[in-house]
Write a protein that binds this ligand. Structure first.
Ligand code: ZN
Length: 289
């Protein structure tokens, strides 16, 4: 199953993820008001929604313009992000690969944005790209064991962990959260795909392209801490809430790790994709003054 946020309304996309011409079913209308139009609220009733969605196959749906898509989890209660979760990326960042647990930070939820659109580059900054697989949580989860962790996942989406490296690296210790939370620095989309749609949800290819040039390629099977381990680690401390978003880490190929370093510039176009989900497309503009 795939759900989307179309102009702010919860939408069920017809067919499976391979359907090239999916159609959009407005959930509030098709359910005769049983489910709210607000996409964020569906995660509070995720199991009930999934059961209803199985009965909605007879609804024909309508064609839609992809430009209308927004984030499938637009206002997550909490956003978790995992650092240094691929060994080659840890090395290019100048850090040792984590052994017992990876670093965890947040992207403040106000930075979450949709799969298409422009992003303003912070003045004086060095803004970098990080394609990532994103997990959206489907039920309140405390102290889950890794072997049970997939059951708390509503679905997967493509994420882009945009990062401003000057403020990230300023000061006596790297501070990730603020430097990764400028407006629209947290694209998530283009829709949410449930885990059952994948042959192996623990092995998905990720690609990031800058102006048509592939700059990052990886597979989530190379995560040092895979999704079950991440959810076990997080939920041992913090209850995971319905609609929470987890950025799982980026593979190597970021601009910071290059010689010389390479940063996003006005006019650049960034395409972020994950196998079996889809792609997001963003372009960058400078400050107005
Ligand atoms: Zn990241």
């Amino acid at each position: 199953m795939r759900i989307a946020n179309l102009d702010g309304r919860l939408t069920l996309l017809t067919g499976d993820r391979t359907t090239p011409t999916a159609r959009a079913i407005d959930v509030e209308g098709a359910s005769e008001g049983r489910f709210d139009a607000d996409p964020q609220r569906v995660y509070d009733r995720w199991d009930e929604f999934r059961a209803w969605a199985r009965t909605a196959g007879g609804v024909r749906g309508e064609a839609y313009e992809p430009a209308r898509l927004r984030s499938p989890a637009p206002r997550p209660p909490q956003v978790f992000a995992i650092g240094l979760n691929y060994s080659e990326h840890a090395a290019e960042s100048g850090f040792a690969a984590p052994d017992s647990a990876p670093p965890v930070f947040t992207k403040f939820p106000a930075c979450i944005t949709g799969p298409y659109g422009s992003v303003v580059l912070p003045a004086g900054g060095h803004t970098d790209w990080e394609v990532e697989l994103v997990v959206v949580i489907g039920r309140r989860t405390e102290r889950v064991r890794a072997e049970d962790a997939w059951s708390c996942v509503a679905g997967l989406a493509v994420g882009q962990d945009l990062s401003e490296r000057v403020s990230q690296m300023a000061g006596p210790a790297p501070q990730f959260s603020l430097a990764k939370s400028f407006p629209r620095f947290g694209p998530v989309g283009p829709w949410l795909v449930t885990p059952d749609e994948f042959d192996d949800p623990d092995d998905l290819a990720l690609v990031c392209s800058l102006n048509g040039e592939v700059v990052q390629e990886g597979r989530t099977s190379k995560l040092l801490f895979g999704i079950p381990a991440i959810l076990e680690q997080l939920s041992a401390v913090v209850p995971l809430l319905p609609g929470d978003v987890v950025f799982t880490g980026t593979p190597s190929g970021v601009g910071m790790g290059r010689v010389p370093p390479r940063w996003l510039s006005p006019g650049d176009e960034l395409v972020s994709s994950v196998e079996g989900i889809g792609e997001m497309r963003h372009w960058f503009v400078g400050q107005e003054n």
